[in-house]
Design a protein around this ligand. Structure first.
Ligand code: SAH
Ligand code: F3S
Length: 469
């Protein structure tokens, strides 16, 4: 049977999509190849959030094709995901040897198209159409694949798309309108994962705080369930949002230890979600809450729908509900028209919040987005300079926060051997910090208390002598 190599660029959703495609192909008899050099099919699942991600993927594909022409005739090449969606056939015009271009609503058709391409029944396939119901198609997992023996953690896609239309963002175009899966469908997938030994589930979506508010479920967000969520809501006299109802439903799964989610949007971050942190122990003390900028003027230009003050208020409430909660964010540096004063507000917001970590993005104009047509696009040198300044600050604050954990005991979920040094094990704290320690493989999947002895760059090290065996 044919072998496939899938390389992923981009976010956790792309990782999850690739995993689902790989699982689908494995179920059809394909094997997973260790590299593009030994595969019959090479698929690149590509991000288009910034231009350099696209350029990296295009360069990679050109190199793979060039090499294959010399060494591997007959190899099949495909682009999947966001870039495939936004560029479509243009990718084949540019790289005529590409056989497959598969959009974000078509992952479930990968096996069928590849079978046809390999059998010579089709020449080239470009499928970037919308497909209703596609939000429910990314359900296969590869828990027991070669790479991920006995996975302890899993990602579950709860919705597709985004309607927020931040002025810089291409995602609403590549992922389409918001479409949510139903609660029973998601819970069934989570239950199956738990049965297979998964202890931690991350609920995934571009804007999870909008879960169930639009699209198919909008008319009956809690159609699927009438349990604790509704009861809690009644007691409080407020309606729990569909997203909180979903968390409550997943929380009931016996054997599941931890729940995470990414990414919420500050605009939809209601009181009920803050309260959920206060009362649901499996919801870990960790929040990734993209802020993008500390300046109200820029937030407005970005169409983010909240102010700096509102963002800070959410952070304050979360810390009140869960002291010590780990908070991370996304920041864009160099949005069109960003002044030194605006940028200084982003720096001061970082100082005020003290993020555990922040993912910094240099603004990149994206096709058809309003921000790309805004006046006063900043020169690259200025964006670089500001990026370096905020990076220095984020690293300094992060180091201080990590160092403060030295000597403390933390609960970690052991995920398996460390990627950098397979002789050691790795796990994450409830606050989502990576801990590396020496221990035995038999601890995989266990919750352990480890004492932190030292820190590295956004990494904690635990002392094996103090692991409670
Ligand atoms: N809501 C999604 C956002 C996906 S894009 C989520 O958080 O999962 C991820 C991040 O990329 C955004 O939060 C933003 O910080 C950054 N980003 C998006 N478009 C960008 C652009 N045009 N230039 C630079 N960074 C961008
Ligand atoms: Fe993009 Fe804003 Fe949605 S960043 S994914 S348009 S919330």
């Amino acid at each position: 049977m044919p072998s496939v190599y899938i390389k992923t660029y981009g976010c956790q959703m792309n990782e999850r999509d690739s995993e689902a495609v790989a699982a689908q192909l494995v179920a059809k008899g394909y094997s997973l190849a260790a590299s593009e050099h030994v595969a019959d099919v090479v698929l690149l699942n590509t991000c288009s959030v910034r231009d350099n991600a696209e350029q990296t993927a295009l360069g990679k594909m050109a190199a793979v094709i060039g090499d294959a022409k010399k060494n591997r005739p007959g190899q099949v090449f495909g682009f999947l995901g966001c870039m495939a969606q936004s560029r479509g056939k243009e990718l084949i015009d540019r790289l005529p040897d590409v056989d497959l271009v598969l959009g974000t609503q078509k992952f479930h058709r990968a096996a069928e198209y590849l079978d046809d391409l390999l059998a010579g029944k089709r020449d080239q396939v470009v499928d970037v159409e919308e497909e209703s119901g596609s939000e429910g198609t990314i359900r296969e997992h590869l828990l027991n694949g070669n790479a991920k023996a006995r996975s302890v953690t899993a990602f579950v896609s709860i919705m597709q798309g985004c309607n927020q239309h931040c002025t810089f963002c291409i995602v609403p175009y590549t992922r389409g309108e918001e479409r949510s899966r139903t609660i029973p469908d998601i819970v069934a997938e989570c239950r199956e994962l738990v049965t297979q030994g998964v202890k931690e589930i991350t609920l995934l979506g571009q804007i999870v705080t909008s879960y169930g508010r639009r699209g198919r479920d909008a008319s009956s967000p809690n159609c699927s369930r009438d349990g604790g969520g509704a009861l809690h809501a009644l007691r409080r006299g407020v309606a729990a949002t569909p997203f909180v109802q979903l968390i409550e439903a997943v929380h009931e799964l016996e054997g599941l230890e931890r729940i995470r989610f990414t990414s919420p949007h500050p605009k939809g971050y209601g009181q009920d979600l803050v309260e959920a942190y206060g009362r649901l122990p499996k919801l870990v003390e960790s929040a990734h809450l993209p802020v993008q900028s500390g300046s109200d003027r820029v937030l407005k230009l970005m169409h983010r729908g909240y102010t700096r003050a509102r963002y800070l208020e959410i952070i304050r409430q979360l810390r009140a509900a869960r002291p010590g909660i780990g908070i991370t964010t996304d920041i864009i540096v160099g949005f069109p028209g960003e002044t030194e004063a605006d940028f200084t507000e982003t720096l001061s917001l970082c100082r005020e919040v003290e993020f555990d970590n922040a993912y910094l993005f240099k603004y990149s104009p994206r096709k058809d987005t309003p921000a790309a047509a805004m006046p006063d696009q900043l020169p690259e040198a200025l964006i670089e300079e500001r990026h370096a300044r905020v990076l220095g600050l984020v690293n300094e604050i992060g180091k201080r926060k990590y160092d403060a954990l030295v000597g403390r005991k933390v609960e970690i979920l052991v995920e398996g051997p460390s990627r950098k040094n397979p002789a050691r094990l790795t796990g994450r704290t409830r606050c989502n910090k990576i801990v590396v320690f020496e221990g035995s493989e038999r601890h995989r999947g266990e919750l352990l208390d480890v004492k932190i002895t030292r820190t590295g760059s956004f990494t904690l090290y635990g002392d094996p002598a103090i692991v409670n065996l």
